[in-house]
Ligand binder design. Structure first.
Ligand SMILES: Nc1ncnc2c1ncn2[C@@H]1O[C@H](COP(=O)(O)OP(=O)(O)OP(=O)(O)O)[C@@H](O)[C@H]1O
Length: 633
């Protein structure tokens, strides 16, 4: 079936949400306030507690057995004083936090299956992270490509993007690069990106923070409309104005990790009246209930609210006998290859927009080529400077260690945050992302390496024989890719600050191990030999030296003023360096294997960062305990 058929077929089934119909027929606005054919989702939780370890033997109880219910078709607010546990509760309900949580969360009366629940929900976090170097229109377009069925025609997706831009008042900013958006626009963009596939459950952490009153009202209005369309919309919110407060259907008030009120917004004031405190006339009930729950009118009132909450607001489960997780299993699922191509396209576009950075890197490589070439001018064909040429090979490996690694350590940790968020909201799988990242990085790295090498190789007088030249170039390029992969592995687990320390720190032993025992004719003890071959730089060095001096290279010319050139015979140098029997292809193969190991390690670490397994969770906890032990004493 081609896309046109799908488009027209879907127009006939407007209720068949969240497929293409809502969007292809240009009725997003209408669809937001429309019921749909799918089962509504109610989220219930009981006796939820959340504890975090804080020191050697201490831990902090953040949520203390809270229970509640959020229904479909309602806009619900989680409110409370600062530090009460609103964001924590939202993180747990959305499935973003799982460690240290006890209690029960159910979806339409069935135990929550987190993997499946994530497919039917989205979480818009407080910090608005958006893909850099894309316009608003492009960002929403890529989200639509990734989240919607590929059988939907391009025109239909374009019309969806236009509708979303209009609905969220982003039309004037459609060609603005995301980094240049105002706070309110960025918030609306974050919401727009997640609304693309119309998920049945939407969590938002403080969606109005940083917005002016008018933008906040419009934002909450939109959420209300979305909720009335049959979705379950839950947001944490800080002291809303009276008009914003009145737009919510349901409110859940927490203080010090306990619930003090849950129920209709209209019932807040009568409830407070019943426990003996009246909200002053013309006073914002939202402010008042937060003040009361913060203990400003006495601690006994707060305790009374805590005990009364279960009695006055019993949770009445709304079972949906016909509810099946499978119904939501394939929402907008696209294939591995489609995800890969879309992500690659997005990365290439971002790369193109950032071309000045690429020009800077190219200039830096040319500059390094000029400086290093000048330092080692003409030594490659001078029998009296063979040892200096050895230094040149080592310098090339150091250049290809730090230059590819440091930028990765600086920028990849922030990208991991973005990937974590998009992956959590089920935009794509890690496999296609990682492959797209690899494919988009490798050509640039090769070009940069060639710029540097094509300058230093002739300037330093290396042998201009095609086979030696290609062996030299390919060894350096593989080493650059290994260093980049090492940077990715470190940056996928650590923050910028920690990565910038750990990354360069691990390069020091790598360099030292590589040159063990060089220049001595005594054989090394076996353990030192093993340690030496841990370092990929050793393989790189051997490969470069053999490419330059191996394969029966003829004697090098010696300057007429030199009486004795010890290493003008290349074999003599190889013997002194213990590389007489070295086979280039074995070293090259070892480098390729190391490259694959590092790539696989990066993938594994990234996977653990996004979805830690039990071992990693245990390691994380041990790490935290150790940190708390040393940091907090
Ligand atoms: N990992 C942690 N370690 C120690 N304390 C934590 C941790 N995570 C959260 N907390 C504490 O738990 C409490 C609740 O945090 P949370 O972010 O949920 O509050 P909040 O109600 O959203 O606050 P705000 O409105 O100010 O954002 C706070 O006191 C916070 O310091």
């Amino acid at each position: 079936m081609d896309s046109v058929e799908i488009e027209s077929a879907d127009c006939m089934h407007l209720g068949d949400w969240p497929r293409t119909a809502d969007v292809t027929c240009g009725v997003l606005k209408k669809s937001l306030s429309q019921s749909n054919g799918r089962t509504p989702i109610d989220v219930e939780f009981s006796d939820l507690t959340y504890t975090v370890p804080t020191g050697k033997k201490s831990s902090k109880l953040i949520l203390r057995g809270v229970s509640g219910q959020f229904r479909s078709g309602e806009l619900s607010a989680i409110m409370g004083p600062s530090g009460a546990g609103k964001s924590t509760l939202l993180d747990i309900l959305a499935g973003y936090k799982c460690n240290g949580v006890t209690g029960l969360i159910t979806v339409n009366g069935q135990n929550r299956d987190l993997r499946k629940f994530c497919k039917m929900s989205c979480y818009i976090m407080q910090e608005d992270l958006t893909q850099p170097r894309l316009t608003v229109e492009e960002a929403i377009g890529f989200a639509a490509d990734l989240k919607l069925d590929t059988r939907i025609s391009k025109a239909a997706k374009r019309s969806l993007v236009n509708e979303i831009l209009q609905t969220l008042r982003l039309n004037n900013a459609r060609h603005t690069i995301t980094e240049r958006l105002s706070g309110g626009e960025r918030k609306r963009l974050s919401i727009a990106l997640e609304l693309v596939n119309n998920p049945p459950v939407i969590f938002l952490d403080e969606p109005t923070t940083g917005l002016d009153e008018m933008s906040s009202v419009q934002c909450v209005d939109l959420l209300r409309r979305v909720a009335l369309g049959g979705r379950t919309v839950i947001c944490s919110i800080h002291t809303p104005s009276a008009s914003i407060f009145s737009k919510f259907h349901h409110v859940y008030v927490v203080t010090a990790g306990q619930c003090v009120y849950r129920g209709n917004v209209d019932d807040v004031v009568p409830y407070l009246h019943n426990i003996g405190i009246d909200c002053p006339v013309h006073y914002n009930p939202a402010d008042f209930v937060i003040e009361v729950s913060a203990g400003e009118y006495g601690k006994d009132l707060v305790e009374r609210m805590m005990t009364l909450v279960a009695e006055r607001s019993p949770i009445v489960p709304t079972p949906h006998a016909d509810f099946q997780y499978a119904e939501f299993e394939n929402i907008g699922k696209i294939s591995w290859w489609e995800q890969f191509t879309i992500l690659l396209k997005r990365m290439m576009l971002q790369f193109y927009r950032n071309r000045n950075y690429m020009y800077l890197k190219m200039s830096l490589h040319a500059f390094l080529g000029f400086i290093i070439g000048g330092l080692f001018l003409g030594i490659g064909n001078d029998g009296s400077k063979t040892l200096f040429n050895f230094g040149f090979c080592f310098t090339c490996l150091i250049v290809f260690l730090y230059v590819p690694m440091l930028p990765i350590l600086l920028h990849f940790p922030s990208e991991v945050h973005l990937v974590k968020r998009e992956h959590f909201n089920r935009w794509y799988d890690l496999g296609p992302y990682f492959c797209a990242l690899t494919v988009s990085n490798i050509p640039a790295q090769i070009v940069l390496s060639i710029i540097y090498l094509s300058m230093v190789y002739p300037i330093t007088g290396q042998p201009l024989e095609l086979f030696r030249c290609s062996m030299f170039f390919s060894t350096c390029i593989i080493c650059a890719l290994i260093a980049e992969s090492m940077g990715l592995a470190v940056a996928s687990m650590l923050s910028i600050v920690n990565g910038m320390f750990v990354g360069p720190a691990i390069t020091v032993p790598l360099m030292l191990f590589a040159v063990q025992g060089m220049g001595t004719t005594d054989p090394l003890p076996i353990y030192r030999t093993l340690v030496m071959y841990i370092s990929y730089i050793r393989y790189g060095l051997e490969a470069l030296i053999v490419a330059t001096y191996g394969y029966n290279r003829e004697k090098l010319p010696c300057p007429p003023n030199m009486i004795y050139c010890q290493y003008r015979v290349p074999r003599e140098l190889l013997r002194t360096m213990g590389m007489e029997n070295t086979v280039f292809w074995l070293d090259f193969l070892a480098l390729i294997i190391i490259l694959f190991i590092f790539r696989a390690l990066t993938y594994y670490l990234l996977r653990q960062r996004l979805q830690p397994n039990k071992t990693f969770q245990a390691l994380y906890l041990v790490g935290r305990l150790v940190k708390n032990h040393f940091v907090n004493g």
